[in-house]
Write a protein that binds this ligand. Structure first.
Ligand code: NAD
Length: 271
């Protein structure tokens, strides 16, 4: 069902690697809701990913950009405005990568070069994007930027290692930049804190499947899917949320407000 919520809006959607990616679902929904947008991902992911299929389906152009490169991001914002014919109304930051997680290095023994790389790719990239966009005045008033995050920024999950600290930084950049961009240009910036989701980035985390089931048994509504996350992002890009900014918004079926569920407790009951 479409509500034309994004009719006439222009966007940039990063991070669609394959059909499981949260960004992939956001692109499909944004297309259904009447938006025009460009797709972007790291040049290396372009070669491996299936993004061309998504571009055809959503009638979008692809502009490669390494999110750690200010030069690439400058090109992304200038090209996007040219291709789409005007300033940008919404941006999805759906980028995350930790070499420490990939290499299964425990939190107390982190490799600091990998840690810096993770910070650059997954948190500073948001600052760089926003800084480039603001300097170029590339985003319309009440335009909306959404970045994806996880609750390990607030509470400890041992297997999430350095990404916990990196997501805390991402959420802090959202508030700090949200203040300045809001004051100067009325641009909105929020993070969506999503349930565990079966994507390339998600399933790369040690013990993901067990944790996925654990979270599903705690959340009253169960884990939120990537498609449901896309729906939520669409509302944040739309004019219906014009006064929402600088927030970390949980999209997790109620998991973050639940201490214990009867179902999970029963597993520990006396036999
Ligand atoms: N999957 C989950 O359980 C989950 C839960 C909460 C939040 N998130 C967040 O959602 C976002 C999207 O991840 P996903 O789960 O859809 O997985 P995904 O693997 O499909 O997407 C991650 C994307 O980041 C891109 N990327 C990596 N390095 C990049 C770079 N240097 N420049 C540009 N792009 C780069 C990858 O190419 C990929 O498209 C991430 O920020 C992730 O942390 C995921």
């Amino acid at each position: 069902m479409s509500f034309n919520l994004l009719k006439g809006k222009r966007g940039i959607i990063t991070g669609a690697l394959d059909e499981n990616s949260i960004a992939w679902k956001v692109a499909e929904k944004a297309h259904e809701e009447g938006a025009v947008f460009v797709l972007s991902n790291a040049p290396i992911a372009m070669r491996m990913g299936e993004i061309k299929e998504l571009a055809e389906k959503t009638k979008s152009e692809i502009i490669p950009a390494d999110a750690t490169s200010v030069e690439d991001l400058t090109n992304l914002f200038s090209q996007s405005q040219e291709v789409l014919g005007g300033k940008i109304d919404f941006v999805l930051h759906s980028i995350g990568m930790s070499v420490n997680i990939r290499k299964k290095i425990p939190y107390t023994e982190l490799n600091y070069e990998y840690f810096m790389k993770g910070i650059d790719v997954s948190a500073l990239s948001l600052h760089k994007m926003l800084s480039v966009a603001k300097k170029m005045d590339a985003i319309n008033e009440y335009g909306s930027v959404v970045a994806l995050t996880y609750m390990a920024a607030q509470r400890t999950y041992p297997f999430y290692t350095d990404m916990a600290d990196i997501k805390a930084m991402l959420e802090s950049i959202t508030r700090s930049f949200g203040y300045h961009y809001g004051k100067d240009k009325k641009v909105r910036i929020n993070t969506v804190s999503q349930s565990p989701t079966k994507t390339t980035a998600g399933t790369g985390i040690n013990g993901f499947d067990d944790f996925y089931s654990f979270a599903d048994s705690i959340a009253p509504l169960g884990n939120a899917s990537a498609a449901a996350c896309a729906d939520y992002c669409i509302t944040l890009f739309s004019d219906l949320t014009r006064m929402v900014t600088m927030q970390n918004l949980f999209h997790d079926g109620g998991y973050s407000s639940t201490g214990a569920s009867a179902e999970a407790i029963a597993k520990f009951g006396a036999k």
